[in-house]
Design a protein around this ligand. Structure first.
Ligand code: ASP
Length: 441
């Protein structure tokens, strides 16, 4: 029998009803031996995430505003969950220790981690699994940098001693025992680390959506689900803003070639999306489309640019001096286009353009602000003729003016720069062009 690691996100552990669903999921497959949980998330859209409330308590104390009310709300959610599920985990004692630490000026990382800690205690008791704290196993150095190797060793050694485990996500500890968290959403990382340490066959990431969709459902009506996606394709799409999984959760699974299966706790029979190194061959041409707004395209024209040694380097050195990273760099014989996220300029765009003029002495510089980038991603594009034709024909028909084109060297993506206002229209046009293609393929 294989091993599955199941990580349940905030909405999957939001209340006792959700915990009931988790129990059925875990018990339906005995290979689900290692469970990682987030802190309770929202039960409905106006609700609060426990992690946010925990941070808030500390901020209130810092500003000498009473934290009792918010702490009571947090405590009541855990009390209600434990009571409804009929588990005894010494919740009052745990809460009073946390409150004591709050009053004694605990760190933000410590307080944020308590949601996962308490949730793991309750979940372990409810499932009848061993509770293992992440503090001694997920390791950070004294400066708070994550220690990958040491963590893998510690997790592998400890988890091998247990048949069935629930572990809190999101945090670990530094050498002196003080708690350190990953960035927000970091329970996904813990799940991937556990999967790597136990050499899992699958890392299941249970959330409130049935995997990834080919496009944002707020833009495209009823987009098709993505059944399989490669790590690289996902990286391209998440970079453009399509996010379900924490970015750093990919690599621990990737190094061991462990597929990640995104699943929906509220619809467990849906197969979700599989993220893996190599996707099985299919007729699909594209895997997904994602867009992101607010970029600036600086087009630089200079005759005989291609014969000038060091021209591109000089352009990039200006950006380096201003500590600005460039997203894309499409170029022509006598043109170079720098595509940069608007926020990276920190209000210094005019200064940067002047500096480019001074150092490059170009014939002309044209700045297009308010550019959206739309990435069309898919391994299926590489080997097929006519993909660009289909894409650009669709944009032409939709009356979209394309300011910039960049095709990755892997031929796995085509990125177009359009006006911010045209982004939705662009995504819809591409989706429609390729979904009929996909269906007819
Ligand atoms: N509870 C943490 C957060 O809200 C970590 C997580 O859920 O993954 O960011």
């Amino acid at each position: 029998m294989g091993i599955k690691v199941a990580k349940f996100g905030g909405s999957s552990v939001a209340d006792a009803i959700q915990l009931g669903k988790i129990k059925s999921i875990v018990e339906a497959d005995p290979s689900r031996r290692y469970v990682v949980v987030s802190a309770p998330g929202k039960r409905y859209s106006a609700d609060h995430k426990i992690t946010d409330l925990l941070y808030l308590c500390r901020t209130q104390l810092e500003h000498n505003v009473g934290h009792e009310q918010v702490f009571q709300v947090i405590g009541d959610r855990f009390r209600a969950m434990a009571m409804t599920l009929g588990v005894e985990v010494g919740i009052e004692k745990e809460l009073s220790i946390i409150n004591e630490n709050l009053l004694n000026g605990c760190s933000a990382d410590y307080i944020a981690s308590r949601g996962e800690y308490l949730q793991a205690k309750i979940t372990a008791a409810y499932l009848g699994f061993d509770f293992i704290d992440a503090a001694g196993l997920v390791k950070f150095d004294a400066k708070g940098r994550f220690l990958d190797e040491a963590t893998n060793e510690a997790l592998a050694e400890e988890l091998a001693k247990h048949e069935k485990v629930v572990m809190p996500g999101f945090y670990g500890a530094m050498p002196d025992g003080s708690i350190k968290t990953f960035s927000r959403g970091g329970s996904d990382i813990t799940g991937a680390l556990v999967a790597r340490a136990v050499k899992a066959d699958v890392y299941e990431n249970w959330t409130d959506v049935s995997g990834f969709l080919m496009a944002d459902p707020r833009i495209v009506d009823d987009p098709a689900p993505i059944e399989n996606i490669s790590y690289t394709e996902l990286r391209e799409l998440s970079y453009m803003g399509a996010s379900v999984l924490h970015e750093d959760a990919i690599y621990p699974a990737k190094v061991m070639n462990i597929p990640i299966n995104i699943r929906n706790t509220n619809d467990p029979s849906h197969p979700g999306t599989n993220i893996m190194a190599e996707v099985p061959k299919s007729d699909k041409i594209i895997t997904g489309i994602a867009g992101s707004k607010d970029f600036v395209a600086i087009s630089i024209y200079k005759s005989s640019m291609s014969t000038q040694i060091g021209f591109v380097r000089r352009a990039l050195s200006v950006l380096e001096d201003y500590r600005i990273s460039v997203e894309h760099l499409p170029s022509g014989i006598d043109t170079l286009c720098l595509v940069i996220a608007k926020k990276s300029f920190n209000g210094k765009m005019d200064e940067v353009v002047e500096e480019l003029e001074r150092r490059l002495n170009p014939d002309q510089i044209i700045v297009h602000e308010d550019i959206a980038l739309v990435a069309t991603v898919g391994w299926g594009m590489a080997s097929r003729p006519g993909v660009s034709a289909t894409l650009f024909n669709a944009l032409y028909k939709a009356d979209v003016n394309v300011h910039m084109i960049d095709q990755g060297s892997s031929e796995m993506n085509i990125i177009v720069g359009v006006s911010n206002d045209d982004m939705e229209k662009t995504i819809r046009a591409i989706y429609e062009a390729f979904s009929s293609h996909n269906l007819n393929a």
